[in-house]
Structure formats: C-alpha cells, structure tokens
Write a protein that binds this ligand. Sequence first.
Ligand code: DGY
Length: 320
Amino acid sequence: MKVYISRNIPQAGIDLLIDNGIEVRINSANKKLTQEELIEACQQVDFLLNVGHADLNDYFFQHCKHLKGVALASVGYDHVDISAAYKWEIPVSNTPDVLSAATADVAFLLMLAVSRKAFYRAKEVFDGKWKDFEFTQDLGIELEGKTLGIYGLGRIGLELAKKAKAAYNMQIIYHNRSRNVEAEKLLDARYVNFDALLQQSDVLSVHANLSPETQYRFDKDAFKRMKKNAIFINTARGKVHHEEDLTAALQRGDIWGAGLDVTDPEPMEANNVLLQMPNVCVLPHIGSATLETRTRMAVMAASNLVAVAKGKTMANAVNL
Ligand code: DGY
C-alpha cells in the first residue's frame, strides 16, 4: 500500500507508516499544490495524508475515488466535502484533542497581547519609535476578574477557559449548540444565549467550527451589540467573523480590540488596515504550530491510515 503526503510532516508520522509496511511518497518540494497536481499525485497511491486546507471537494473525490482513506492533519474539516467523501465511500479522519491545549495557548496569547497592545508597542521598538517613558498614552486594560465569553465551548474552548480562570479568575460564559456540563461543573461556566454572550463578554473568543450556521456570525450587528471595551479573539476560522465589519467596528469604537490567528482570506494582505491598529494582533494561523502538537497530529493522521490498511476503521473518522 502507498500513501501520498501533501506537505512535510514530522518524521514520527512517516516512521509509523513505514513501520506498518506503507510506502511513503511525499511532496518533498513542500510547496502548495494545485488541485490538479494533488489529484495527479494521488493517482498511484491508496491513501492521502493531507496537510493544509486544500479544497477536497466532490471533483477531487470523483477523480480520486480509488482512495481507501484520507487522513487530514487538522482538526477542522471545513475544506472537505464530507458528503462527497461519503458518496464515494472514502473514509476521512481528522486530529481532534491533540491540538486543543496548543490552540488555546494562542487564544490566551492573543487575549493578553491585545489587552496590553503588545504587538503595536513592540513594533514601535522595531521601528525605532521608542522615544520616552509614557505615563498616560497607549494604556492597556487588565483581565483580572473580567468575563470571558466563549462561542463554541468544546475541547479548545475548555482549555482556554481553564487557563483564563487559573490566571485571572475570569468568569466564564458560553454559547453552544449544546450544554457543556464539564465546563459548568469544573469552572462554574454559565450557558447564555447569543445575545447575552455579546452583551456580557469583556473578551469574546471564537472556538466554533465553520459551518453555514457559523459563517459571518460575527458581523456588523453582532459587533454593535458587544461592549465598547470588549476584545474579540478568533483562533477558529476567519470566516466566522466578517472581516470588513470587524474592521469598521474597531474603527468606530464599537469594540476595543481584536486578536486573530485566522483571517479571511489567508494569508492576510500586508497592507490590511487591521495591521496598523494599536489594539489588534494578527498571527499567521499558528494555533497548533508547536513541535509536540504537530508531531502528535502527524502520528494520529498516520495511525488512522494504518488502521484502514489493516482492515480496521479509522479511530477519528468524521464521515462514517
Ligand atoms: C486545524 O487543525 O484545523 C488547524 O486550523 C490547522 O489546520
């Protein structure tokens, strides 16, 4: 059996495949492939281990219907047409849990960095604009005892809530499709409706999947209903907020600041006005980007393919 790996992954994932008798072909140039290049590369293999957000749509599955399995090296699968994979009977897996703590770290990092205008102040240093000690200019705001609102309190949201409670005794409120009993018990988290989430959060952090229901959920109207001193954080998917509306809300002062690890589109253009704003921090989608987490993701993706090669089902299948 053979697998195509669409970008470089940590060696532990490759070793697991080889140790289980799977021949590995890899995009050794490590450059982003077009859909046609990816389809072409998949023709001679049984499995795809997909890294990144290539559009795995009906066209892709139709042209790769011989594949016995697709393992995504990501928890999100909004770039995959799951019903098409189901139609062509190709199991698809993702990498839940193993990246929750690392991604929550980035949400925490952004929350703190925005609250202290850290990126903007650091840029002053890089640009040689650090002139004097300022007592009243460009002050940040503190997080102690503030209310953290979580939109989509699943595994990553829970990790952030734990950190925020431990570090700043933040009060946790959340809005979800279903109640998170663990968070309510462990952290005294309070379930609220969407409107209350907007109105009561001092920091509002997005951890929901991208779906037709969540796309552009944070738009002009939502930002208008938030507190004027609120910080908006998104480490999930860039399309859950409407970027133009977010920019306008920050310019009008409808909210105080924003921290984004995800943008729409990605990469963000270097001349985007958000990058000039003192209360905005933008990172290039690094939620899971630690050696430990990327290694766990690679091993998990590989083990899902090994399972199929051995005639078993994928432990992390998303379409079975
Ligand atoms: C994920 O795992 O979904 C991250 O966003 C990286 O793709």
